[in-house]
Design a protein around this ligand. Structure first.
Ligand SMILES: C[S@@+](CC[C@H](N)C(=O)[O-])C[C@H]1O[C@@H](n2cnc3c(N)ncnc32)[C@H](O)[C@@H]1O
Length: 369
């Protein structure tokens, strides 16, 4: 499905942006998960050769480096890095690059390169674990294929049903929009876990088709995979060309918080724009670069949600609202904005005096009308 046949290839700017998101996410994910779990797994199901033609790092190297250099690395209990790569030459290259870059890993980290295909490899592992009556350790699966085959929804759903498992998927929406012919029907049925995607053949408008394709994929991840939070970010180039969607699915809102923070960091480079599909009928262009603009928009959404609340609202509930129900990241500056505009009329914090603009996590907030 891909036109790239060489073992290594040139790094695209959008892949670089995706790598930055992955790195910022993992910086937050490793400490969060290793705090509560013994072993955690980083699964890179379409791992690639580990290096690009000008020596830039591939996703497996980025993930390992992030863990090895992490300030909290000594507190991690055990991280298993599981890399799967179908192409023999790329798998071999990956092993060489890993050996060269990480000759001695800390004792709490281990990696394995499996030459083979993602789906049968994961299936085999899940069968084995289920046969033994055990479960998959908390896993973050980065699934980054060139096209859309070899990524069955049924398998992703099966993995997501294990506690604390999450996915970040490169979803080639544009590619599917263009190539959904009969030849690819089987792959698409597998990708979605349903044949409902075929409805796009009745939709004329290309943007509408894209929206339909990504919405259905998200719905399937929630319905079949049991993900509590699914969020997709459309990667759009600076030339306003849609590239693909990064689809993220998790069971916990703190995962969503971490991925949004990662997006926020990368967007500030100014090179990319992300559109966030918070509700199926609405796409929001995120302009994180101009804080004054998005803070006011986020504040408005909070005010609308809580202005008639019968009792004061804890700051932590407002944070969760912003993370799970709006396209934005949470910042205390949003609350300060509401206080300045007199839309927050009272703030209480236990056992200490408060100065204006101070919103500690244990504060409760009363909104005006
Ligand atoms: C987009 S590249 C991965 C890039 C890598 N994740 C990174 O960010 O550096 C996709 C890789 O998946 C491999 N691949 C294709 N089909 C596969 C499958 N079914 N299972 C595992 N790997 C596959 C390709 O050979 C290719 O190296």
């Amino acid at each position: 499905m891909s036109s790239i046949k060489s073992t290594v290839w040139k790094l695209d700017p959008h892949t670089k942006a995706k790598h930055e998101i992955l790195e910022y996410y993992l910086k937050q994910w490793f400490p969060i998960l290793t705090k509560w779990s013994g072993r955690v797994v980083y699964l890179d199901g379409f791992a690639g050769p580990g290096i690009y033609s000008n020596g830039e790092e591939g996703s497996p190297i980025i993930a390992l480096r992030t863990a090895v250099n992490h300030v909290l690395r000594d507190r991690f209990k055990e991280i298993v890095f599981w890399f799967i790569e179908k192409d023999k030459a790329r798998a071999k290259k990956l092993k060489e690059v890993l050996k060269d870059r990480f000759p001695d890993l800390p004792s709490n980290m281990v990696y394995e390169v499996e030459g083979g295909e993602f789906a049968p490899s994961l299936e085999k592992t899940l069968d084995k674990l289920e046969g033994e009556g055990t479960r998959l350790a908390p896993t973050f699966a980065f699934l980054d294929p060139f096209g859309f085959s070899g990524l069955p929804m049924e398998l992703i759903s099966r993995m997501m049903k294990n506690p604390k498992c999450e996915v970040m998927i490169t979803f080639m929406t544009d590619f599917i929009n263009r190539f959904n012919d009969e030849e690819r029907e089987r792959a698409l049925n597998e990708l979605y876990g349903t044949d409902k995607w075929q409805k796009i053949r009745d939709i004329r408008d290309s943007d509408e088709r894209t929206r339909f394709l990504i919405d259905l994929y998200q719905e399937q991840l929630m319905e079949l995979g049991g993900a509590n939070y699914v969020r997709s970010f459309e990667m759009i180039s600076k030339f306003n060309k849609p590239l693909y969607h990064l689809v993220y699915g998790t069971q916990h809102w703190k995962g969503l918080k971490a991925i949004k923070e990662a997006m926020y960091r990368v967007d500030k480079t100014g090179n990319y724009r992300f559109s966030d599909r918070t509700t199926p009928s609405q796409t929001t262009m995120l302009d994180y670069g101009v804080e004054a603009v998005w803070v006011a928009k986020a504040a408005e959404l909070i005010f609308k949600a809580y202005r008639r609340a019968p009792s004061p609202i804890p700051v932590t509930i407002i944070e969760k609202f912003v993370i799970t129900r709006t396209p934005y990241v949470f910042r205390k500056s949003i609350l300060r904005h509401l206080e300045e505009k007199e839309k927050i009329v009272d703030v209480k914090i236990p056992k200490r005096k408060r100065r204006t603009g101070y919103f500690p996590d244990d504060a409760v907030v009363t909104f005006g009308e």
